[in-house]
Design a binder for this molecule. Structure first.
Ligand SMILES: *[C@@H]1O[C@H](CO)[C@@H](O)[C@H](O)[C@H]1NC(C)=O
Ligand SMILES: *[C@@H]1O[C@H](CO)[C@@H](O)[C@H](O)[C@H]1NC(C)=O
Length: 336
């Protein structure tokens, strides 16, 4: 009796297996036909002109640029910091810490137009600030979260056309702790071309819930996963990548997620983003979570996310300030 049941169950199982196999065979076959029919992803087609115009920096004009000659005396590392026009406190905190001009690094702030446009009070203050510090680059598109991808391409275009002989650049937000000493030391042994590195997100998927800030419609991005991309908090690249990413943007549709957008450009270029980590101890050097300041932990990380302007500015301890500078780092590493 038991044996009979077992053999029945087995027969049923076998039958299910046969059905499964034939269905999956069909699926494989149709997937094959589908991929053969689709265009080869290695030769993407350029965007329609009107679509490319919207995101290309060539469409917009510079309203503020630093006078200093970046072309003739390019820094080894250029720190490209996107901020909104009204964030003067964030810019000051950066100037006082990791953005202070050094022998090997310079910081530049990238902004669009404030809400009230060129006649606004924010704009007048920004122009004053630019006269004092000469470290602001502004273009005449409206500064908004939606337009961050335009801003990223503007940074790439500025670097490629105005400072082509820098060795490296880093896109880094203003609310980040940056250990410039460790960053420069690592860059000295990094590839000089075709290099882009940070915290790699390799399993990113579009969010479809329209309540999310990061929501992407199926119409805008039909695929259900993103190619590997670098967290936008901070990533570093060899300067040649600026012109290459600008070029690749001709083939990539506008997406309001600027870090994913750069990942899509990298896929067009067949450049793989490199995870920046240490082996001993195994650790992501571009920390995208916030951590409370600790001298030994921060001495071994390149960036840490999530600091307010006052945490980097007036509330910043002298020890933490030292952790962000290029001097005295051996002292920072002492007894760690
Ligand atoms: C930039 O680099 C190129 C190639 O290495 C060189 O020919 C050119 O003179 C450099 N430009 C400046 C301004 O240093
Ligand atoms: C930028 O963003 C704003 C609001 O998010 C939008 O109205 C505007 O058309 C966008 N584009 C440009 C080029 O300013």
């Amino acid at each position: 009796m038991n044996l009979l049941i077992t053999s029945c169950v087995m027969r049923a199982c076998l039958w299910t297996l046969v059905k499964c196999l034939s269905v999956s065979g069909l699926l494989v076959l149709s997937a094959h036909i589908f991929t053969v029919r689709r265009k080869d992803p290695a030769t993407p087609s350029p965007l329609p002109a009107a679509e490319y115009r919207l995101l290309s920096p060539d469409t917009y004009g510079y309203t503020l640029t630093p006078a200093a000659g970046f072309r003739d005396t390019p820094p080894f590392l250029l720190l490209l910091v996107p901020v909104s026009p009204g964030e003067a406190a964030a810019r000051d905190a950066v100037r006082q810490t990791w953005g202070a001009p050094g022998r090997d690094s310079r910081a530049l702030f990238f902004v669009g137009l404030p809400e009230g446009g060129r006649g606004s009070g924010v704009q007048a203050q920004l122009e004053e600030e630019s006269r004092t510090h000469a470290d602001i680059v502004q273009m005449d598109f409206q500064d908004s979260y939606q337009n961050l991808t335009i801003k990223t391409l503007m940074m790439m275009s500025w670097l490629a056309s105005r400072c082509p002989n820098a060795s490296y650049a880093m896109k880094v937000d203003a609310d980040i702790f940056v250990n410039v000493f460790l960053l420069l030391r690592r860059l000295r042994s990094s590839p000089q071309r075709g290099f882009i590195s940070g915290s790699v997100i390799s399993d990113g998927r579009p969010r479809r819930d329209s309540s999310s800030k990061w929501s992407v419609s199926e119409e805008l991005y039909p695929a259900d996963s993103f190619p590997p991309y670098l967290s936008g908090a901070g990533y570093v690249f060899s300067a040649d990548m600026a012109a290459r990413i600008s070029w690749a943007s001709r083939f990539v549709r506008m997406l309001p997620l600027e870090d994913v957008y750069v990942g899509l450009c990298l896929r067009v270029l067949a450049v793989r983003p490199v995870y920046s980590r240490s082996l001993l101890p195994p650790r992501n050097l571009f920390e995208i979570q916030h951590l409370d300041y600790d001298r030994c932990t921060f001495a071994k990380l390149v960036i840490v996310n999530g600091f307010t302007p006052s945490q980097l500015g007036e509330e910043c301890s002298s020890e933490m300030r030292l952790s962000m500078s290029i001097v005295n780092q051996l002292k920072m590493m002492g007894n760690c």
